[in-house]
Design a protein around this ligand. Structure first.
Ligand SMILES: [Zn+2]
Length: 307
């Protein structure tokens, strides 16, 4: 069972009892330059850092803990991450540690006095106990990001109250971009005949996207909300039956997925594999250098394969 359903948007936690002491060098305290320098905050993933940076603008620099391309489902934190988290005043995560599973042990090791922003708080979460609780992939519906932006704006305002008006205006501008993105996706998806709006993925990552844009999730190779699962022969046979009866024309994989099982199924059934979606991480520059570019890129790949 999932550990938590609703979490306060912001809470303060002191982990000093766990042995961590925030590092602060005498030069940082004494230097007038450092007090005037840009504020810093951490976000768990590259995707979330980009979203938060749009709200923060030039007042706060947002750094991602995960490097571009890392899989949040299986990330192992580094000693550098421990140092960063120990120093961080604000850490932005999607919702809870069922996605960012590296975070809980990392926080316990780092200690420090960090304020958290649960960006996804208040988003209606998809749940499926067979697939392992809650679906974390809420960012694949831009309407959920609008809620994240509001939570991030509140968190940044708490960190830097004098920036309130700037964060509000940045958030409003970004929300307008997200609304245009949503309208653009609807237009693109309309090119796919309704009976071909069928999604097979490696692990179940496109549920929020499917619900928003009228797709049916036929199944997933790993039958899990996480990339860490492994399927049984029975599950594979069931998926093959589901693909056959639905007529799904393609299997969609993240660029970081191992394509072997999907390719085996696709070869057997004469359907295609689209192996280069970017669902969990930005790319370094094109094609998915920002959240909005990532969505446009994925939608274009999906529409091209299904229309
Ligand atoms: Zn995933």
């Amino acid at each position: 069972m999932p550990r938590r359903l609703f979490i306060p948007i912001i809470f303060l936690t002191m982990l000093s009892a766990c042995g961590g002491t925030p590092a602060s060098s005498p030069s940082e305290v004494a230097s007038p330059a450092s007090t005037e320098s840009q504020l810093e905050a951490l976000a768990t993933t590259s995707l979330l850092a980009d979203i938060a940076q749009h709200v923060a603008g030039e007042r706060v620099h947002i750094e991602s803990i995960l490097p571009v391309g890392a899989d949040p489902h299986s990330y192992q934190y580094t000693p550098q991450d421990v140092a960063k988290v120990a120093d961080a005043k604000l850490l932005i995560l999607f919702d809870d540690t069922s996605y960012e599973t590296f975070l809980e042990p990392l926080l316990l090791t780092a200690g420090g006095d960090t304020e958290f922003v649960f960006a996804g708080a208040g988003v209606g979460k998809r749940a499926d106990l067979d697939l392992g609780g809650f679906d974390p992939h809420l960012w694949l519906d831009p309407n959920n990001i609008i809620r994240c932006v509001e939570n991030i704006r509140e968190g940044l305002t708490h960190l830097d109250p004098t920036g309130a008006a700037v964060f509000k205006s940045n958030a409003d501008a970004y929300v307008a971009e997200l609304q245009s993105l949503d309208a653009w996706i609807v237009e693109q998806v309309n090119q796919i005949p309704a009976e071909r709006r069928l999604l097979v993925t490696n692990h179940e990552s496109l549920g929020y996207f499917a619900e928003r844009y009228g797709f049916t999730i036929v199944g997933s190779v790993l039958e899990s909300f996480s990339s860490g699962a492994s399927p049984s022969a029975q599950q594979m046979a069931a998926l093959i039956d589901q693909i056959k009866s639905s007529g799904a024309p393609a299997i969609f994989l993240d660029a970081g997925d191992n394509p072997a099982l999907a390719q085996q199924i696709a070869d057997e059934m004469g359907i295609r594999v689209v192996a280069d979606l970017h669902l969990e991480s930005l790319t370094d520059g094109a094609p998915a250098g920002t959240y909005i570019d990532l969505m446009k890129y994925n939608v274009t790949q999906i529409v091209t394969a299904l229309k």
